[in-house]
Design a protein around this ligand. Structure first.
Ligand code: IMP
Length: 191
């Protein structure tokens, strides 16, 4: 089976490729000549993941899956959620996004939160979704240099260090993305 992962992020693509069984021909967007940005116009992670997977199926005719992730803070009703990358504006600045989280959390007693990934899948005329979550809390200062996005201010449950302090080896075992990918791999084991 040929299967496209609808991401322009080469790092994500390489990471997932290592996990897929060898009999699946794993293709990237550039392999199929898709160089355009697929617009994420949905208002939920579920919608955006399905928009991207369906776009590749409808425009290029390939079986496809796509992911969408976000940080969901309990006392902010799940914000920034689907708007995580552009929380503080279209520049997608990590430091401005982190400052905005702190502003919104001023005076709040709880900083409980989760990262969540949804994978949208279109294979052989069927559609489904897989999900991965990691619970934790936000810190009121930045700690650590590794990772990206909100990693320096997120401490996963069962740990005292932030994702940016813990680094990839631990993060890849417990992260929302890793959990969603494992659920996805289990769901395609019969193919
Ligand atoms: P994407 O869907 O994986 O591109 O994630 C969207 C946005 O959510 C990113 O730009 C980050 O702001 C945030 N995000 C998602 N996953 C992570 C993570 O593992 N660490 C930190 N921030 C993340």
């Amino acid at each position: 089976m040929k299967l496209v992962f609808a991401t322009h992020n080469a790092h994500k693509h390489a990471e997932v490729k290592q996990l897929l069984p060898a009999h699946i021909e794993f293709l990237s967007l550039s392999d199929i000549g898709c160089t355009e940005d697929i617009e994420e116009t949905g208002s939920t992670l579920e919608e955006n993941a399905m928009i991207k997977a369906r776009y590749v199926l409808n425009n290029y005719g390939y079986n496809c899956f796509a992911d969408d992730s976000g940080l969901e803070i309990d006392v902010l009703d799940g914000a920034p959620g689907v708007y995580s990358a552009r929380f503080a504006g279209p520049e997608k600045s990590n430091s401005a996004n982190i400052k905005k989280v702190w502003e919104k959390l001023k005076g709040k007693s709880s900083t409980a939160a989760q990262f969540r990934t949804v994978i949208g899948v279109c294979i052989d005329g069927k559609e489904w979704q897989c999900e991965g979550k990691v619970r934790g809390h936000m810190t009121r200062e930045k700690r650590g240099e590794k990772g990206f996005g909100y990693d320096p201010i997120f401490v996963p449950e069962g740990h005292t260090q932030t994702f940016a302090e813990l680094g990839d080896e631990i993060k890849n075992k417990i992260s929302h993305r890793a959990r969603a990918i494992h659920e996805f791999l289990a769901s395609i084991s019969a193919y």
